[in-house]
Design a protein around this ligand. Structure first.
Ligand SMILES: C[S@@+](CC[C@H](N)C(=O)[O-])C[C@H]1O[C@@H](n2cnc3c(N)ncnc32)[C@H](O)[C@@H]1O
Length: 212
C-alpha cells in the first residue's frame, strides 16, 4: 500500500501567506524600526567584497530597506518581490534612487534573464521546497558573472511556516560547485555568508586589491 504524502512535507511557502502578512501590516518584519534588522543590513553591506558593483539583484526585497543600502554601493539595482503591497512600499521608499528598479516577480519562476555581478539572497531561501531552492540557486549561479559575488543571510531559528532552516539554505549554497565561500559570519540568530562565482579562482579582498 502506498503511503500518502506527509502533511509536514516541506512545500514552498504559498503567496497567500505573504499576502496576508502585508494585509495586516505594510512592514510585516518591522524593517523600518527594528535594530536587529538595521544592524544585520549594515553587516550585509559591510561584507560586500567589492567597493562598487555594476548591477545587483535582490529577490524578495520587501519594503526595500536593504535595497536602499545596496543602492549606495551599486551602479544599478534590480529588486523584486512577489507581493504587490511590498512593491508599492519599496517603490515609494526607493524613489530617491533612480538607479534602482523595483518590480513584481515570483521566484524562482520569474528569475530575470540577465547577468549580475552581485546577487543578495537575504531572508528568502528558507521559503522554498527542494525543487524550487535547487532552481533558485541554479538560476543565481547561472546569472552571476564570472567572479561575481553572492551574499546570503538567513535566520537560523525554527519557524513553522519555513520549508527549511537557514542553515540548510547555506549548506546547499556551499555544496554548489559554481560557488566558493569567501566569508562566513555566524551568530545564534543568523548566518551571513559571502560567495563568489567560480571559475575563475576565488580571490580574497586583499588579493583583489593587490595586497596578497
Ligand atoms: C523576510 S522578507 C526579506 C526582505 C529583504 N530581503 C531583507 O532581508 O531585508 C521576505 C520577502 O520575500 C518575499 N517573497 C517570499 N517568497 C517569494 C517568492 N517566491 N518570490 C519573490 N518574493 C518572495 C516576501 O513577500 C517578503 O517580502
Amino acid at each position: 500500500m502506498s503511503t500518502p504524502p506527509s502533511s509536514d512535507a516541506a512545500m514552498t511557502t504559498p503567496q497567500s501567506y505573504f499576502e496576508h502578512m502585508y494585509a495586516r501590516s505594510s512592514d510585516p518584519w518591522s524593517f523600518a524600526t527594528r535594530w536587529y534588522d538595521a544592524r544585520k543590513h549594515a553587516l550585509t553591506v559591510a561584507s560586500l567584497p567589492a567597493r562598487r558593483y555594476r548591477s545587483a539583484f535582490e529577490p524578495g526585497c520587501s519594503t526595500g530597506m536593504l535595497t536602499g543600502r545596496l543602492a549606495e554601493r551599486c551602479d544599478r539595482v534590480l529588486a523584486v518581490d512577489a507581493v504587490p503591497a511590498a512593491i508599492a512600499s519599496a517603490v515609494t521608499y526607493l524613489a530617491p534612487f533612480p538607479h534602482v528598479t523595483v518590480r513584481a516577480a515570483r521566484m524562482p519562476a520569474d528569475w530575470p534573464d540577465e547577468t549580475f555581478d552581485l546577487i543578495v539572497l537575504s531572508e528568502l531561501g528558507y521559503y522554498f521546497d527542494d525543487h524550487d531552492l535547487t532552481t533558485l540557486i541554479g538560476r543565481a549561479v547561472a546569472s552571476l558573472e564570472p567572479g561575481g559575488d553572492l551574499v546570503a543571510v538567513h535566520w537560523r531559528r525554527p519557524v513553522d511556516e519555513h520549508a527549511r532552516s537557514g542553515d540548510d539554505v547555506h549548506n546547499r549554497l556551499a555544496a554548489n560547485p559554481g560557488l566558493a565561500r569567501l566569508a562566513r559570519h555566524a551568530e545564534a540568530d543568523f548566518l551571513l555568508e559571502v560567495y563568489t562565482r567560480t571559475p575563475p579562482e576565488p580571490l580574497s579582498v586583499a588579493q583583489r586589491e593587490g595586497l596578497a
